[in-house]
Design a protein around this ligand. Sequence first.
Ligand SMILES: Cc1cc2nc3c(=O)[nH]c(=O)nc-3n(C[C@H](O)[C@H](O)[C@H](O)COP(=O)(O)OP(=O)(O)OC[C@H]3O[C@@H](n4cnc5c(N)ncnc54)[C@H](O)[C@@H]3O)c2cc1C
Length: 308
Amino acid sequence: MKKTDLLIIGAGPAGCSAAIYAVRAGLKTIIAGGAMPGGQLLQTNDIENYAGFVNPVGGYELMDNMLKQCKRLGVEITTDQIVKLSGTKTPFTATAAGGETYEATAVVIATGASARWLGAPGEDKLRGHGVSACATCDGFFFKGKNVVVVGGGNTAFEDALFLSKICPSVTLVHRREGFRADAVTVEKVKNTPNIKMKLNCVVDEVLGDGKVTGARLKNVQTGAIEEIACDGIFVAVGAVPQTGWLKDSPVELDGAGLVKVNYKQATNIDGIFAAGDCTEPEFRQASIAAGTGAKAGISAAAFVNLHK
Ligand SMILES: Cc1cc2nc3c(=O)[nH]c(=O)nc-3n(C[C@H](O)[C@H](O)[C@H](O)COP(=O)(O)OP(=O)(O)OC[C@H]3O[C@@H](n4cnc5c(N)ncnc54)[C@H](O)[C@@H]3O)c2cc1C
């Protein structure tokens, strides 16, 4: 069993940032980073909206730097995938898939989220070549191009509005006629001349060889098929928080599976904190994950110093 002041579960921007604050506050800090130390940013090439970089920084480079920064400061990083977190008061026990166990005075959960995809043929091979799950991240690379947004919630509608400012035409594809998005946002979209809607439609296939050239749409009511030309497809049908492993733990999740936290990133269990995309219903961005990670690290350090 490994004993530590703080165990951070997850090695994305939230986990790394929490670790930097905790280790600099004097805590023995271990990150169990699972199968993907570095997190979701490893899946992207150019990041242009993380402050501090004049030119776009690669996702791998940014996360490699964060992990190296953690190590330089004395954080131990493992690739253990945590499958169980037990205890309703400090110290807590975490068990990894390989059998390793950790005993920690405090815990930060930073296991992130993964985008929900459509599952349409062509989508997988064209991810990163015109298929994206993040308009805020990748929209700028489609300036002057025609794009499709898929979804019927606030994210899809906000994405369509955002893209309509830089793209000549945006087609919003939604499988129903009703929307989950706020009425005000729906009205804005309806009043934007370069956004058109294809309702009762699903993307039947993403078209393109090496890069996206179009989408084949299927009307779910009539079965009619239509092909539209486009350069990018933004999938905005939600994200899945990586919190399934917490289902038998005492940590409270909301209906969507997000870890419930207060403004100090504290969960319902005193001494267990959470940060980043696994807590975030809307603003899934690296700088926000790093910011909430910093709060979790500071809160965890205060907790450990009280309980040492
Ligand atoms: C393709 C793509 C492009 C993006 N581009 C941008 C961009 O340009 N700008 C931007 O700001 N944001 C971007 N994002 C969003 C950004 O990546 C996320 O908001 C951010 O990574 C969230 O950080 P996180 O630390 O909360 O979680 P993640 O980055 O998801 O990291 C989660 C970590 O938890 C680990 N983990 C999961 N489960 C377990 C477990 N049970 N035990 C141990 N470890 C576990 C994983 O291995 C990983 O290390 C992009 C996302 C994607 C997918």
